[in-house]
Ligand binder design. Structure first.
Ligand SMILES: NC(=O)c1ccc[n+]([C@@H]2O[C@H](COP(=O)([O-])OP(=O)(O)OC[C@H]3O[C@@H](n4cnc5c(N)ncnc54)[C@H](OP(=O)(O)O)[C@@H]3O)[C@@H](O)[C@H]2O)c1
Length: 212
């Protein structure tokens, strides 16, 4: 599958690297091919492709958005025409002052992304943990149990595609329902951040889904 990344820092860089190693053609949307973030991504994985945002997004079947939340609209508008009809994986979180919801819980960040890119199939994924877990999703010692990746989106086929990518990256995908469920995922993220980074538990834990 051809996958484009808009934003490839802590989150996007790890996911782009692992998806390329899983066999996908992964390209970074780069306004400046000589930027520090491009250099870092290529130093990590020289098989990543680089191109201008509109070219890279045009070629892709799936586009990952992993920019600071405040940069989402600017980054998406640049490639609005090329994004049309594509699966857009929203990895971003609106985080406000003192680890509150950045949109005052009135609307999810992913629904805001959907408004900016109305002709895309937005799936929220790869948001509920810190980047350390995207660097390494392995939790040995639990048998076949895999860490859960909770996702949300309105398009069932798009969620199937993203679920497959989750499995390839070592996660157990859990479809939580329509994109409006993203608001709850964003609160779950805040819970994780407070436990991991404020209370001192550290980043090396995830949720898992037990069913019977
Ligand atoms: N950090 C985490 O543990 C974590 C976990 C889950 C979700 N998230 C969410 O993931 C997103 C990215 O977080 P991060 O920690 O990966 O951030 P980061 O390390 O700062 O990386 C941000 C990336 O976005 C790019 N970028 C910034 N402004 C841009 C713009 N206007 N247009 C295009 N690209 C732009 C940066 O490129 P340059 O370096 O060239 O500016 C960089 O590649 C955030 O929304 C965050 O809430 C973070």
């Amino acid at each position: 599958m051809i996958i484009a990344f808009i934003g490839y820092g802590q989150v996007g860089g790890a996911l782009a690297d692992h998806l390329q190693r899983a066999g996908h053609e992964v390209a970074l949307a780069a306004n400046d091919p000589h930027s520090e973030s491009v250099r870092r991504a290529l130093a990590r994985n020289a098989n990543l492709k680089i191109g201008l945002p509109r070219e890279v997004v045009k070629q892709a079947e799936v586009v990952f958005l992993a920019t600071p939340f405040q940069a989402n609209a600017e980054a998406l508008k640049l490639v609005a025409a090329e994004l049309s009809g594509k699966i857009l994986v929203d990895c971003t979180n609106p985080v406000g002052p003192n680890l509150t919801h950045g949109l005052n819980s009135a609307q999810s960040g992913s629904e805001a992304v959907q408004k900016v890119a109305p002709n895309t199939k937005v799936v929220k994924a790869f948001t509920i943990y810190g980047f350390e877990n995207f660097e390494n999703s392995a939790y040995p010692g639990y048998g076949d149990l895999r860490p859960a990746m909770l996702i949300a989106g309105d398009d069932v086929r798009a969620k199937d595609v993203v679920s497959t990518l989750c499995i390839q990256l070592g996660w157990y995908p859990v479809d939580t329902g329509p994109l409006s469920m993203s608001l709850h995922l964003e609160h779950l993220t805040l819970l994780w951040i407070k436990m991991a980074r404020v209370q001192g538990r550290g980043p090396h834990f995830t949720w898992a889904l037990l069913t019977r």
